[in-house]
Design a protein around this ligand. Sequence first.
Ligand code: PMP
Length: 429
Amino acid sequence: MTGIDLSQQWFDRAVDVVPGGVNSPVRAFGAVGGTPRFMASGRGPYLTDADGTEYVDLVCSWGPMILGHAHPAVVAAVRDAAGRGTSYGAPTPGEVELAEEIVARTPVERVRLVNSGTEATMSAIRLARGFTGRTKIVKFAGCYHGHVDSLLAAAGSGVVTFGLPDTPGVTGATTADTLILAYNDVAALETAFHEHGADIACVIAEAVPCNMGVVPPLSGFNALLKRLCERYGALLVLDEVLTGFRASRSGWFGIEGVAGDLMTFGKVMGGGLPAAAFGGRADVMDQLAPAGPVYQAGTLSGNPLATAAGLATLRHATDEVYAAVDRAAEIVSKAVSEALTREGVPHSVQNAGNLFSVFFADGAVGDFAAAQRQDVRAYAAFFHAALERGVYLPPSAYEVWFLSAAHDEEALGRVLDALPHAARAAARS
Ligand code: PMP
C-alpha cells in the first residue's frame, strides 16, 4: 500500500475508541484538515509514518527531541533503566541527578519532579497561593500553560478582566480568581496591580510566549513583571516548559537573565518521556509537603525511565547542540520568509533566539488579538504542500517550528526544497 491508506485505517479505528481519534487535540489536523499521519518510527530529524513515508520532522514532539529521534545515548539509557525495573514508588538516585542538573543550569534552588507541564504549572500555582495566602492569579491572553482548569480562561472585554471559562467543564468560580491581561501591555499590568495587588498570589507567564506563535516579550517586560511582583508581595511564575533547555542550555533565562520565584519545566528535560518539573526559591519550595504544608504528590513522579531519558538528553545537550539548533532555526526561518516573499504571501516570521514561528499576516504580532488576525487558510495550504514534499510542520498556524541538532544539511536541504512549492500553494489559496 502507498499514500496514506494505513494512516487512514488507523484513524478510522482510532475514532471508534478515542475521542476524535487522538490523545491531544492538535494532532488531529483539525486546523489544517485531512488525515493525521500515524507515526511508526523516528530517527534523527526524520519521522516515518505507518505507510512508510519519511518526513523531515519540524515538530520534534512539540519540543522535547532536541537531540533528534532515537538518539543512541537516550535509547541506551532508557533500555538500561527498563532492565532494572520500570517504577519503584520509592526515591531513586536518578531523580536527584536530574534535579541537580536542573539546579545547575537554571536559577532554581529546589526542584519537584512531575509528569507533565500541566502538573508543573498547576502545582506552582497552588504553591504560590499557599505561600502568599492570596487567591488571585494573573495570566496573559494567548499564553498556554497546559490544561489547568483555572488557566483555561479567556479574557472578557475590558483592559483588566476576570477570566471567563474557555471550555465547558470549567466553572465560572474556578476562573473567577484569574485575571486575564493582554500580553506586553504594561499599562494593563500596572492597573491590575494597582486595583488588586493585595490579593494577587502570582503572575504566570511563558518566559517567551510560544503558544500563540512566538510573541517575544518587549524589552524589559519580564523584568517589569518581576519588579511589580516584588513590590506587591506576589510571586512570579515563569513557565519555561517549552523554552527550558531549548532556547539555550539554561532556557530563556540563559538569554534574558530574569529569574522567576517559581519556574516550570518540561519537554526537553524528559527527553521524550513524561517528565516535567517546577522549582524555585528554597523558602517557597520548602512549603511543599513533606517539608511544608502545601500538598503535592505523584505515583510515577521521578519515574526511573523518564529521569534516565531526561538526564541523557541534558548531558548530551552541549554548547555544540545549541549552536546547531540555532543555526538550523536561522536557516529555515530565513528560507521560509524568502519563499513567501517571492510568492507575495503576507507573513511575519517572529523569533526569540532559536524559537520561531510564521504568522500568515502582515506586520509585527505583539499579542493574542494580533496573532488571531492571520490567514489560517493560507497556512493550511502551505502545510499540506509541505507535507506532500516530505516535511512535517506543526498542524496549526499558532505553533513554533521545532528543530533539533540532528537536522543536518541533508534534512535542511529537503526543507528548503519543499518551501517554494508550499509558498506557491499558500499564494493560490
Ligand atoms: N506550558 C507551556 C509553555 C507549554 O508549551 C505546554 C505544552 N505545550 C505546557 C505548559 C503544558 O505541558 P504538557 O502538555 O506537558 O502538560
